[in-house]
Design a protein around this ligand. Structure first.
Ligand code: AQP
Length: 334
């Protein structure tokens, strides 16, 4: 049996990067032949690193739960839970903070990026230590596979380092996870700045395809996507360094149509046609998801019920792992 774990922060709007980079692959994994035990978290405690007012995170948690089920997570096949409902996350996080070094945390690119974006604003200690909480999120579930977008590569690496160091100190206790990336869509880029990843905290909405965007807005964003001024028969080609905008569109179209960027490149000669085709493919992909989201978000009672069931199941697994870690260290039993 393969244990699968991945999570999302309830901050900002769900976007195409979340869907193509992570969620769609979680759903695909549910239907695979190999026996899989799937855990998908809504990591609300991570959202606190950048939260300064009441009432925001809870609402965003419900919204994200609706997106999780709308994209196709099946409560029969996957355990969907909220991080703060499973106190073991915070407890193992402390052990991970004591396992990782200041130097390792200082080298995390997300800390550098996010603290730079918040220059002049409050930068919480949590923004610095959150990779330890993320390591706990993964290790609590003995996860073998962590299906994520490319931006999470460094987080899974540091999680492995933490597990290796813990096991070296206290004996074989924690399972070493592997990050798993989709063949296309692992790094969906901002449509207005194709050298930066599409991100909830981007400054301009024009570069982000929100999952809730209506079809006209999606088409408009793709039609205005930044490309380059090349002309000629081979202008449409996949070359991330030389042609980031075109390559990003090709990658999105490949992800949406289960193809490869190189193959879809061969089907177009004009940027306008590529933009229209990519926009249309995304509109078609999102249409049924948006429909299900609208139904689910109106049934908050059912969402709360599903999260309670998932939380209880997650606690069983998390509690066993935390106990194992405490015992390995030799903490005095209560
Ligand atoms: N642009 C992206 N391309 C591919 N995958 C992406 N993911 C996020 N952005 C992209 C994947 O979505 C999952 C959930 O991510 P998250 O929302 O918890 O965290 P994040 O990566 O920090 O998301 P954002 O949008 O970039 O938020 P901010 O702006 O707050 O940093 C992960 O598997 C992630 O890889």
């Amino acid at each position: 049996m393969i244990r699968v774990l991945s999570c999302t922060q309830p901050t900002g709007n769900a976007h195409l990067g979340n869907y193509l980079g992570a969620w769609r692959n979680w759903v695909k994994g549910q239907g695979q032949d190999t026996e899989r035990d799937n855990f998908f978290g809504i990591v609300d405690l991570h959202a606190l690193t950048v939260t300064e007012s009441p009432g925001v995170v809870g609402a965003a948690t419900v919204d994200l739960a609706a997106w999780y089920f709308a994209v196709g997570l099946d409560p029969e096949l996957s355990t969907v839970f909220v991080q703060s409902h499973v106190p073991e996350h915070s407890q193992l996080a402390w052990l991970m903070e004591c396992t990782l070094s200041y130097g390792e945390l200082s080298r995390m690119t997300q800390f550098k990026d996010k603290s730079a974006k918040r220059e002049g604003h409050f930068i919480s200690a949590g923004l610095f230590t959150y990779p330890a909480l993320m390591a706990a999120d993964i290790l609590l579930y003995d996860a073998n596979e962590v299906p994520v977008g490319d931006d999470q590569r460094q987080h899974v690496e540091i999680t492995r380092d933490a597990a290796i160091r813990f096991n070296h100190r206290f004996g074989d206790t924690l399972v070493l996870p592997e990050a798993v990336f989709p063949p296309a869509g692992a790094r969906v880029m901002d449509l207005q700045d194709p050298t930066s990843k599409m991100s909830k905290s981007s400054s301009s909405d024009a570069g982000i395809v929100n999952l809730a965007d209506p079809p006209e807005a999606i088409m408009k964003k793709f039609k205005r996507a930044v490309t380059d001024s090349d002309t000629g028969p081979d202008a449409v080609r996949y070359d991330v360094a030389a042609k980031p905008g075109v390559s990003s569109l090709l990658d999105i179209l490949a992800a949406a149509t289960d193809s490869t960027a190189e193959r879809v490149a061969g089907e177009y000669t004009r940027y306008g046609d590529l933009k229209t085709a990519t926009g249309e493919a995304i509109v078609a992909l999102l249409e049924p998801v948006q429909q299900r989201y609208r139904e689910l978000i109106d049934d908050r009672g059912e969402l709360a019920r599903l999260l309670a069931v998932g939380g209880a199941k997650a606690r069983q697994v998390a509690g066993t792992t935390l106990r194992r870690a405490y015992d390995a260290i030799g903490l005095l039993p209560a």
